[in-house]
Design a protein around this ligand. Structure first.
Ligand code: FAS
Ligand code: PHB
Length: 395
């Protein structure tokens, strides 16, 4: 192993997903130098198919990061969505019930691509295939070591941002007795298919069905994204494209199923569902953001969007530190971020409990789900609650 190459920057960001990239880009635009260490290649990161719905707050941050141009050109503004249940197709008018807000349907893959291209265009320090990342002296003068090829490197910094996702190294670098983890795992997963077919509906359709949950989403007018709830024991190789389409059609309202255009899957995967929060989101000079600190079931489309408010809070806290010598934001980050994270946790749990079929479903629970939906679509107040959470609570 060759001698360590040492670099010194104010902020070292671990993780080149949307959280890390967005913060890196925002700090760079304010002249705050930073380096981002990503475990895999850019191609590997961009091969992942994940979120599809952006809150208006996330969209605002992308524009502030000078990365919103393609999102605004190619993304679709959605002012409502449907919930199909018990033979009816109900609709929540997000625009009306949220007081004029909407969401943008634009794939996480594309916004991650936009962020990578902006970092490259602006000469950002992004290191791919940074292996064996390790965090050191987090309560003193922090530094990060990693391996690039056969070279060991060291980054001396003021702050480390752990944006390395649920399986990253950052949260695991916090002593066990300094962290409380809250978790619930759901007894099913989502089998997702991406297909080059026209979407079955101009707006998303969430489906509660006795056979299980389903979701009709999209990435564009020629790229559709569909999901069906499957048992945790299922493997993606158990599901042919034909079997997937047949199951989806059985869960959709007849008039929707009849107009479904099927085609070969260009991506097919099963995602487990869990709710998870690690508290606090800070240890010394390490700050956790995004999936490194919290995970939600994708039912409420809050995963990526919860990361956005973490980044917003961290960005302004670091600005105040470097521009004003004010650490109020940094000292209050964990409490402020968690307050919004838990509201997103609540909403994601509520949507998941309402729309999925649970293996041991008691008749009481089934009737409760039906009552929840009947109340939701009979109450203006309930539709306002749904809308304001879905478009995104204020940062
Ligand atoms: P990410 O996990 O996206 O990024 C972390 C990055 O850190 C990765 O690129 C990883 O390679 C890197 N990394 C990990 N360990 C490292 C190490 N030791 N050193 C250096 N780098 C390291 N959200 C929604 O809103 N809607 C959805 O439909 C949806 N579907 C999802 C499906 C799946 C299968 C998954 C896993 C998540 C889904 N999510 C969804 C949530 C998802 O979009 C996350 O919220 C989003 O990726 C969070 O972004 P980051 O916090 O950047 O974490
Ligand atoms: C998606 O398009 O992938 C998507 C949309 C909404 C969700 C979850 C996933 O709630």
């Amino acid at each position: 192993m060759t001698a360590a190459k040492v670099e010194t920057v104010p902020v070292c960001i671990i993780g080149g997903g949307p959280s890390g990239l967005l913060l890196s880009q925002l700090l760079h635009l304010q002249g705050i130098d930073n380096i981002l260490l990503e475990k895999y290649s850019r191609a590997h990161v961009l091969a992942r198919i994940r979120a599809g719905v952006l809150e208006h707050g996330f969209a605002r941050l992308m524009r502030e990061a000078q990365c919103g141009e393609r999102m605004d050109r190619e993304g679709e503004i959605h002012r409502g969505f449907h919930i199909a249940h018990d033979g009816v197709l109900d609709h929540d008018d997000l625009y009306k019930y949220s007081g004029g807000n909407s969401v943008i349907v634009y794939g996480q893959t594309e916004l991650t691509r936009d962020l990578y291209e902006a970092r490259e265009r602006m000469g950002g320090k992004v290191v791919h295939e940074a292996e064996d990342v390790a965090l050191h002296d987090l309560t003193g003068k922090p530094y990060v070591t990693y391996r690039k090829g056969d070279e060991t490197r060291r980054v001396d910094c003021d702050f480390v941002i752990g944006a390395d996702g649920f399986h990253g190294v950052s949260r695991r670098s916090i002593p066990r007795d300094m962290l409380v983890e809250h978790e619930r795992v759901y007894p099913f997963g989502w089998l997702g298919v991406l297909s080059r077919t026209p979407p079955v509906s101009p707006e998303l359709i969430y489906v509660r069905h006795e056979r299980g949950f389903a979701l009709c989403s999209l990435r564009s007018q020629v790229l559709s994204r569909y999901y069906v709830q499957v048992p945790l024991t299922d493997r993606v190789e158990d599901w042919s494209d034909e079997a997937f389409w047949e199951e989806l059609k059985r869960r959709l309202p007849r008039e929707v199923a009849e107009r479904l255009v099927t085609g070969p899957s260009i991506e097919k995967s099963i995602a487990p569902l869990r709710s998870f929060v690690a508290e606090p989101m800070r240890y010394g000079r390490l700050f956790l953001a995004g999936d490194a600190a919290h995970i939600v079931p994708p039912t409420g489309a809050r995963g990526l969007n919860s990361a956005a408010s973490d980044i917003y809070y961290l960005y302004h806290a670091l600005l105040d530190h470097y521009k004003k010598g004010d650490d109020t934001g940094l000292d209050g980050y964990s409490e402020r971020a968690l307050a919004r994270v838990w509201k997103a946790q609540r909403f994601s749990w509520w949507m998941t409990m309402m729309l999925h079929r649970f293996p041991d479903d008691l008749s009481y629970n089934v009737r409760l789900q039906q009552a929840e939906l009947a109340y939701l679509f009979s109450s203006e107040a309930a539709k306002r609650v749904l809308a304001e959470n879905y478009v995104g609570l204020p940062f």
